[in-house]
Design a protein around this ligand. Structure first.
Ligand SMILES: C[S@@+](CC[C@H](N)C(=O)[O-])C[C@H]1O[C@@H](n2cnc3c(N)ncnc32)[C@H](O)[C@@H]1O
Length: 296
């Protein structure tokens, strides 16, 4: 065979042109081998423009202190589901996951939960303004997920969520947050005691596990659970490696296994001179995307 000649395709391969080759045995997603391998890169650098379609409705979603770019969620959804995938987000905020699923398209279904009505209203406004497919974002505590028919009647392929990290948001806003987000937003996410963002870290970890255990009960076997996490700044005597604590806590769920992470570098974040000129203070412009799988 000459150098320019294409290797003949195997019995399981489908030629997808520029996209590469799709393997018919692929039970996880609709990606080609090339696209699959690209996603497994442990570092992920993005910089979605606030006005791009990928960041649809940001102007409205900015009432939330930390809305996720829908395009980022779309890429995660496209890796962990096929076109008819079912997705559950217990902490949906202004709907980054739901909008990501709409961008991914197909016949996907998503159900989200959030405690704060104004975030839910903002999500529906974006759907109306931008003519995006609308999914149910239920106004309730995620601890009550099993009292909703939409959850009990479904088996999910993916749980994708971005929990509120303890008292992280309760700290004074830095110049960076003021610049990026509308500063009239109350902090943390809500004033409610039920908000996991308002409780001490030890309690938070236990409550997070309980909620993820409920989500796990509706996840299919071999289904993935993908959880965003950001560390706190280290302090004297406290390394504050929250991502490691979250991994250890969620691994207490019988049948859930940690499978690795992607580190997301958000290029939309600017660097600030924290600590300058006296000491090193990290400019944390990355987040962890922790990946677990149900193995029962
Ligand atoms: C980090 S935000 C999620 C942001 C979301 N990924 C987005 O793109 O908008 C976490 C959300 O969890 C919600 N939350 C906190 N405790 C909750 C609970 N017990 N049940 C449901 N939602 C809760 C907060 O209101 C907040 O909007």
């Amino acid at each position: 065979m000459s150098k320019n000649e294409k290797k003949p395709l195997g019995p399981n391969s489908v030629d997808m042109g520029e996209r590469g080759t799709y393997d018919k045995r692929n039970k996880l997603n609709d990606l080609t081998g090339k696209e699959w391998v690209y996603f497994t890169n442990s570092v992920w650098i993005t910089g979605y423009s606030p006005t791009a379609r990928e960041n649809v409705g940001l102007k409205t979603r900015k009432i939330h202190p930390s809305p996720k770019p829908p395009a980022l969620m779309k890429d995660i959804i496209e890796f962990f589901t096929k076109a008819d995938g079912k997705i559950l987000d217990p902490f949906a905020g202004v709907g980054g996951t739901l909008l990501g699923a709409a961008l991914a398209g197909g016949d996907r279904k998503v159900i989200g939960f959030d405690l704060e009505k104004k975030y839910i209203d903002a999500y529906y406004k974006v759907c109306d303004d931008e003519q995006m497919k609308k999914y149910p974002l239920i106004h309730d505590d995620a601890r009550n997920m099993l009292s909703h028919k939409e959850v009990v009647d479904e088996v999910f392929d993916l749980v994708l969520t971005d929990p509120p990290y303890s008292d992280m948001m309760a700290k004074e806003r830095t110049g960076q947050r003021k610049k990026l987000y509308n500063d009239s937003t109350p902090k943390p996410y809500t004033e409610l005691r039920a908000d996991l963002g308002n409780i001490p870290i030890d309690e938070f970890l236990v409550e997070l596990r309980k909620i993820m255990e409920i989500a796990f009960s509706r996840l299919k076997n071999k289904g993935y659970m993908v959880v965003f996490c950001k560390d706190f700044q280290p302090q004297a005597g406290q390394p504050n490696l929250l991502h490691a604590e979250v991994i250890n806590e969620l691994c207490k769920i019988d049948g859930l296994e940690y499978r690795g992470m992607r580190i997301w570098h958000d290029q939309a974040m600017s660097l600030y001179p924290f600590g300058y000129p006296f000491s090193f203070v990290m400019n944390q412009i990355h987040q962890y995307i922790l990946i677990f799988r149900k193995e029962v």
